[in-house]
Design a protein around this ligand. Structure first.
Ligand code: TRP
Ligand code: ZN
Length: 868
């Protein structure tokens, strides 16, 4: 990256949303010609450009690390007086309305460690262009509002690269005399450069056909290396299911004759929605029972659906500029969440989604990197592929769905897709479509796009004993965030319902309250018994709710609320209140939680997956988020003490649950998944109880498992405890799976997440393991990334965790700035800790900042974390 060489006296300038200007030149067509070779690939590009509007500005083509070998203008090569380099950009003086500009460059995919642009993975060649990787391949106006028709010709060694793929439809192919072959692909849909893709490799396909609602036959293929072919059925099924789902739920059909997916082992993100040629991190494609957990299976289906859904929300309608990223990502996450909810238990899916929102997005919104879902500025756009843009963005779309209802929401998306098809749109266009299709006013709702920070709602329910009226006082406040000291009230859709505290009967129907002022008061009539408040049901608004509910109220709701999410939430709140109190006092009163867990566990009407979620304690990190100063050791002690008491008091129930959930041969169904989940949760509580046979029980599960969920579940239990079987299990696991990188990642991450006292040392040791490498993002995330979220180990009082982490990030930044910068946030949370930890964390951040050649990606994350 050229920016790596930037001198410290020229800080890079931020890009501002308010500076948006339409492109000076459009590109109607581009013909690309690749002479593919890992060491030296020659790229020729022929651009048909047209002046956009009345101006005399030159054509400016973005580049990143490219040197032109030749430039031609309107068929004349060597017109060297008409172009110049301005930094990394190629600037061409043109006097007419339309011209043809040709360039030639050479790039070295095998030396591309950033994994942006054209790079090598496992001996194959592939591309990643979002957000600004296309400029590492060829000179081009690399911005999403320049939509061009692409034709691509590839030439490569036939033995090494027998398969040549690009976007759109295959047009022609043939052999050459020197052992090379060529292929041409043409994409009929104009697209922005970030959706360009090609793949060259030794690959085989799992194929199927899909017939769309209007009768178009689509050839589907998932391309992998031969040894992985048997692991692609689940992804292929998920693809077919998603295609049918998008037709049924959104009325959206696929639009090309082929749809290809390629899996690669080295990938910065989850997957990429390139038009007609999705490229995936292999962890979101490959699955069989022996190597993938139920969680992996679910994630594969969700990511396959996500990328497929982008064909409409992202590709047919794309983003005008990168500030609009949530337009495609928030909406598409909302769409994939709906898809997954329809494949199994919607309640469990919602619980999982809220859990990850709280784990990843709430801390972001409360910290130095907080930004609105439509940011106002950035240094490096790669840093904005965040939980806020994706997950909070999805919550904002969900609120529109909740406020409007499913039919009106659908009318809004129909209008949006119709009106903006083939164009580059904005978040504003999306909201305006919802308004116009439904004759509603969303003026105040738009604040969700501009204000950062998680709103806090206070809900106080009052009822005079014997009186017939209850009063609910609601108040909201949005906390200050960097650059936004003062906030205005948001529109908060709050689903709520009252229950009778004596009879357990609902007092009236569920209501949807739109809280749009700072405060509001609601009155409920005919309240004949003490009411208990169920609020933010289904997590209808992404907010934090403080209520005046007693532990008894929460316990009651955890057993009686008719909304499964609210039931889960009441239990979580009860657990959280208990844990926060015991962190403060050093002793806990665990009776209410134990009783509530017992009641849930013994309720035969609840599905096992729900029970498993409901009885899990909030994480160390989430407990820390509730406290003014995080004390990782006190949190860990309080949580372990509660786990032990739940384990001991309910030992017979856990043993019963464990026996009841042992199942026969592996099956991938919601019921079987639920049982496996509860089985491992029960094993964990039995381990916490201190029962003497747990080492044996877990080891037996580990050895006898016919699936990775049970095997990794048992390994996790063993790796957190004192048992001798721990070492044996780790060894067996390693030797059994040493040739499978995705499973080896689990071996690393399970140890990095261990709650044992020696985890910091063990992780340092693992960084020197011969299978550890920072060059593979999955491996780096499995060890270093996982360690960063292990609150107690990462924040070990001697500061060694911080030093180790900083060292690894500095080394990773030299290879792959994007992946390094994405792993940094745990270190940026220094303000939340005691003075000694604050100092050690700041020192680590400053060490990163001072390291020579720091990337723009890391510079942005670290300097905001020190300042904001
Ligand atoms: N658009 C991709 C998705 O969410 C995200 C993505 C894939 C990405 N690869 C990337 C983002 C590399 C940044 C860098 O589906
Ligand atoms: Zn996406």
């Amino acid at each position: 990256m050229a920016d790596a060489l930037r001198s410290p006296d020229q800080p890079p300038a931020p890009i501002l949303r308010s500076d948006y200007r339409a492109p000076d030149w459009q590109v109607s067509e581009i013909a690309l010609d690749f002479d593919l070779d890992p060491a030296r690939t020659v790229v020729r590009a022929k651009l048909h450009v047209t002046r956009n509007g009345d101006h005399d500005r030159p054509l400016r083509l973005d580049g990143d690390g490219l040197q032109p070998l030749s430039v031609g203008i309107d068929g004349v090569a060597g017109s060297n007086d008409r172009w110049r380099m301005d930094g990394d950009a190629l600037v061409v003086d043109l006097d007419g309305k339309a011209h043809v500009v040709e360039t030639e460059v050479a790039i070295a995919p095998e030396r591309n460690t950033q994994l942006m642009g054209l790079y090598a993975s496992g001996g194959n060649l592939c591309t990643q262009c979002e957000a600004e990787g296309f400029r590492r391949i060829t000179f081009f106006p690399d911005r999403p509002d320049v939509l061009a028709r692409y034709s691509v010709r590839m030439t490569a060694d036939k033995a090494r690269f027998p398969v040549l793929l690009a976007n759109g439809d295959p047009i022609a192919h043939g052999d050459l005399e020197d052992g090379c072959h060529w292929a041409e692909w043409h994409d009929p849909f104009p697209k922005p450069s970030y959706l360009f893709a090609l793949v060259a490799g030794d690959l085989v396909a799992n194929r199927a056909t899909f017939v769309t609602a209007s009768g178009r036959e689509v050839q589907l293929a998932i391309w992998v290396r031969e040894k992985d072919l048997a692991k692609t059925d689940h992804a292929l099924d998920a693809l077919k299911t998603s295609m049918a789902w998008d037709e049924r739920v959104y009325g959206r059909e696929y639009d090309l004759d082929v749809f290809n997916i390629v899996a690669v082992d080295d990938f910065n993100f989850g997957a990429m929605e390139n038009k007609g040629l999705n490229i995936f991190n292999s962890r979101y494609i490959l699955a069989d029972p022996d190597t993938a957990t139920d969680h992996d299976y679910d994630a594969i289906a969700a990511v396959v659906a996500h990328e497929y859904f982008h064909n409409w929300s992202g590709n047919r309608v794309t983003c005008r500029d990168w500030f609009q990223l949530s337009l495609k990502e928030g909406f598409t996450v909302f769409r994939d969440q709906g898809f997954s909810a329809d494949q199994g238990s919607a309640a469990v899916k919602r619980i999982e989604d809220v859990r990850s929102l709280r784990a990843a997005q709430f801390p972001e919104d409360a910290g130095p990197l907080a930004h609105p879902i439509r940011p106002d500025s950035y240094l490096e756009i790669s840093n904005f592929y965040t939980a806020t843009i994706y997950n909070k963005g999805a919550e904002v779309v969900r609120m529109l769905h909740t406020i409007l209802g499913p039919q009106r929401f659908r009318a809004g998306t129909d209008l949006y897709f119709d009106r903006f098809d083939g164009t580059a749109a904005t978040c504003e266009d999306f909201v305006a479509s919802m308004e116009e299709a439904n004759g509603v006013d969303l003026a105040q709702f738009r604040r969700w796009y501009s204000q950062a920070g998680t709103p806090r709602v206070t809900a106080t329910l009052e009822h005079e004993p014997g009186g017939g009226t209850a009063t609910l006082h609601l108040a909201q406040a949005v906390p200050p965030t960097p650059g936004q000291p003062h906030k205005l009230p948001m529109v908060l859709p709050l689903k709520l319902r009252l229950f009778g505290g004596n009879t357990g009967r609902p007092l009236g129907d569920e209501q949807l309250v739109l809280l749009s002022d700072a405060e509001a008061t609601l009155r409920f009539e005919a309240v004949t018994e003490r009411p208990v408040l169920s609020i933010n049901r289904g997590f209808s608004a992404p907010v934090i709710v403080d209520t005046n509910r007693t532990p008894a109220d929460l316990a009651f709701l955890s057993g009686h609320d008719d909304d499964p999410f609210a039931r889960y939430e009441a239990m979580q709140q009860l657990m959280l209140d208990t844990l926060v109190a015991s962190v403060a006092s050093g002793r806990g009163d665990h009776g209410a939680v134990v009783d509530a867990v017992r009641e849930t566990l013994r309720n035969p009407e609840l599905d096992r997956a729900f029970v498993a979620e409901a009885v899990l304690l909030p994480s160390d990190n989430f407990i820390g988020d509730q406290l003014p100063i995080v004390d990782p050791d006190a949190i860990f002690r309080a949580r372990e003490a509660l786990r032990r008491d739940i384990g001991r008091a309910l030992e017979r129930d856990w043993r019963q649950a464990y026996e009841d959930t042992r199942n026969g041969a592996f099956e991938y169904s919601p019921e079987a998944k639920g049982k496996r989940r509860l089985k491992t949760v029960a094993l964990g509580y039995l381990a916490a109880s201190g029962a003497p046979d747990i080492g044996e029980l877990a080891f037996a599960q580990f050895e006898q498992a016919d699936n990775m969920t049970d095997r990794q579940g048992a390994l996790m239990t063993l790796v957190n405890g004192p048992w001798d079987q721990r070492v044996a299990a780790l060894d067996i696991f390693y030797n059994r799976y040493r040739d499978n990188p995705l499973v080896l990642d689990k071996w690393f991450s399970t140890q990095a997440l261990s709650t044992r006292d020696d985890t910091p040392e063990r992780v340092e040791e693992l960084a020197g393991h011969r299978d550890f490498t920072l060059a593979n993002p999955n491996r780096a995330r499995a060890l270093v990334g996982a360690f960063g979220v292990n609150q107690r180990a990462f924040h070990a009082a001697d500061g060694r965790g911080y030093r180790f982490f900083a060292q690894q990030l500095i080394a990773l930044d030299r290879l792959n700035p994007q992946t390094a910068a994405k792993m940094m946030p745990p270190l940026g949370r220094w303000r939340r800790f005691d003075p000694a930890r604050q100092q050690a964390m700041r020192a680590a951040l400053e060490q990163i900042l001072a390291s020579p050649g720091l990337s723009k990606d890391m510079l942005e994350q670290v300097s905001k974390s020190l300042a904001g």
